[in-house]
Design a protein. Sequence first.
Length: 376
Amino acid sequence: MKKIIALMVLCLSIMLAVLGCGKDKGKDEEEGKQEETLTPVENEDNDTETVEPMENPIVKEDYDYNDYIKLGKYKGIEVKLEKLEVDEIDIDIAIQQYLIDHDAEPIEVTDRAVQLGDIVNIDFVGYHNGEPFEGGSAEDYDLIIGSGAFIEGFEDQLIGANINDEVEVNVVFPEDYPHAKMAGEPALFKVKLNGIKYYELTDDILKSLDFETEEAYRESLRQELEENNQELMENKRANYIYDAVVKASEITLPENLVEYYLYDFKVFYHNYAASANMTLENFVTMNGYSMEEFEADQKDYADRMATRELIIKAISAAEGIEITEDEFQDRVTEYANEQGFESNEEFLEYVNADVIREDLLYDKIIQFLIDESVEA
């Protein structure tokens, strides 16, 4: 089990990097509700058969990357990104989120419409091509207006609504939305507004946080949010540059490589489900997805990973970028400490060292591309 957990954590970090694009101002791009990580729930009904973990049955074949990729421009990529500013409303929302997370008492609002920064309680159903889609509905859901927790445009369309209003919200999923079938597609959400509330920051709460005044607390939050924005900007820059390199290159994906990563995705979620003695199909459907959606994401992941591998091989060869043993050991130490292993040697008994080396090499290549980029 320790081996499975170590492998899953490592694979998940890579999957999130590949499938999850940079977020704007801390806003998750979602299909109407906050993105849910597929989570195994103990299968109490399956007490007769054990779902065993599996390994990837596909072996990567040797290939010459030159047969599959011709790099285009990858140095001197022009990047123009708007700086993410921290507004007072961002600090207000951060305070509200803290108070929610720490079970403060809400103050109900009954005499006005929804405003920016309010917490609303809603029921909603999402429709794609006129049909409700899986994972796009919820009841009794609390949402901070302005938090960016929902897909862009969703929250803005609730401002001005009153309690018991039914609102039709029209949105468009972003082109880089992780669920391939929904990417770039319009959707309609029918929303019922059940209530409006907010939370008050009291002197007692400030004292529990070791702040004498609200102003001091707000300044601390401002600094934290600015640091978060800086990290988001760096991620957005990296994603933009990488996408530009891919678009400029001529790439044909080796069939064996795609097949390997198709199984890589499947094996990860099969083993995640097996940890709760569930089948993959039950695991997927219990998390609100269809197998068709799962397979679309699987194909998207495989194509992205195969592309990434070709980019890594081509640029590392062209620029002589390599991983030193010290860099490798430092990364292994980081992972080993995070997962509670006593030594690097113990950790490497459970994971594929080549996966770590490739992930580290990818990070070095991305940093090289950033260093070589220019401000537009």
